[in-house]
Every structure is written in C-alpha cells, then in structure tokens.
Design a binder for this molecule. Sequence first.
Ligand code: DC
Length: 230
Amino acid sequence: MKRILIAIDGPAGSGKSTTAKLVARRLGYVYVDTGAMYRAMTFKVLASGIDPADESAAVKLATETRISLVDGGELKVILDGVDVTEAIRSEEVTKNVSLVSSYTAVRELMVEKQREIDSGKGCVVDGRDIGTVVFPNADLKIYMVADIAERARRRQEELSGTGVDLPVQQVVQELKERDFKDSTRETSPLRKADDAIEIDTTNLTIDEQVEIILNYAREIAVGHEEMQRK
Ligand code: DC
C-alpha cells in the first residue's frame, strides 16, 4: 500500500505520542517525536547554564547543536552525539520547554531539520505545528484533544512511573500553563489545522485511538493507490 505522511498534533497529555508510536509500529512507518527535539534543545540550554529567558543565547546555542532521532524499535534522542532520551523527560525540562520552543529562530532550525524526513518511507510525526506549518500537505492530519482532568491523570501516571509523585492540582496547573504558552506564542502556535480530523480521547482506550487513525490511514492510502491506477 502507498506510504503516507500522518501528522498528529494536540496539547500535552492528549495521547499523541503513545498513539503515534503505535500507529507507526502497526504500519511499519518511522515515528518522529518533534517535542523530543524541543526538549533536547531545552535540556542543552539548562545544562549549559544559560538562562532559558535569554533568547539570543538560546538561539546561538541552537545554531551549534545537532539533534537526531533514531527510531530503531524504541526512539532514541541523540544530542551532540550523546543519548539524552531519558534526561529530556525531567520536570525541569518540562517546565522550560514551552519558553525555549517559543523562540522563532529556534523553531526555524527545528522545522528545517524536521522537513528533512523522507516522507516517502511512511511516517507518523507528532507535535504542535505539524499539520499547520511543518507538513501542511500531510496526507492525514489528526488533532487530538482530551479533558484537562484526564490529561492530568495521564501525566500524573506517567510521572509516577519515573518515580515522581506530584499532587494532581500541580499537574493540572502545569498543563494549563504549557497549553497557554504553546497556543499563544507568536510563531506557529498550537492550533488545529482547518483540514485536520479532531479526535477526543477522553473516553477512548489507546487501542481505540490507534484503530481510528489506522482506519483513516488505510482509507487514504487505498484512495491514493486507486488514483494512481486511473
Ligand atoms: O510533545 P511534548 O509535550 O514532549 O512537547 C514538549 C514541548 O515542545 C511542548 O510543550 C511545546 C513544544 N513543541 C512545539 O512547540 N512544537 C512541536 N512541534 C512539538 C513540541
């Protein structure tokens, strides 16, 4: 079947990454977690002792940074040759990533890198601006949403798995702050593309989310094939 490019956007905790990863596995596609690239950049800013509010220093650092995603079963995030897959999930990175990713020049560098993806291989790309800015011609655009309470529950569970226990109120607050910053920044804010399909995952299981997207993907891939045959 023809290999397509699937863009999955939405706010934090909407189920994007888990779903995107599984959809990619099921189709034998490459999975690209663009949030991981912004996290890796934020990790480097913090590790270099730069104030994340210092835009020009963060941008200069970004021009001297190499970030690559290696998808060999489990996605590995490599920053200047070093594996930072786990380090980029820290609370400190999560708290600062919306600020660092709001810098236009940082975004331009990341978007340029994201566009190098060979879409002919078939890929699932998740982020905030994939359907609107990075790949406006994506074959399938999904916009995932979920209630804030459910998103907080998921995030709390994910944190708890890494040994971090936070009260749910704090998780809700952090999610709201990140949503606000991600959707009000000047350059490529989080928003649903006009032609994206919205999926509310509040009451869906992961398997159900994956099946819904796979069905759309198959429909589109078959449609492309039929067009080519005509
Ligand atoms: O998907 P995530 O929660 O790991 O993403 C971390 C942050 O990176 C998110 O709060 C906003 C930013 N981001 C972005 O601005 N654009 C993207 N395409 C992906 C993530």
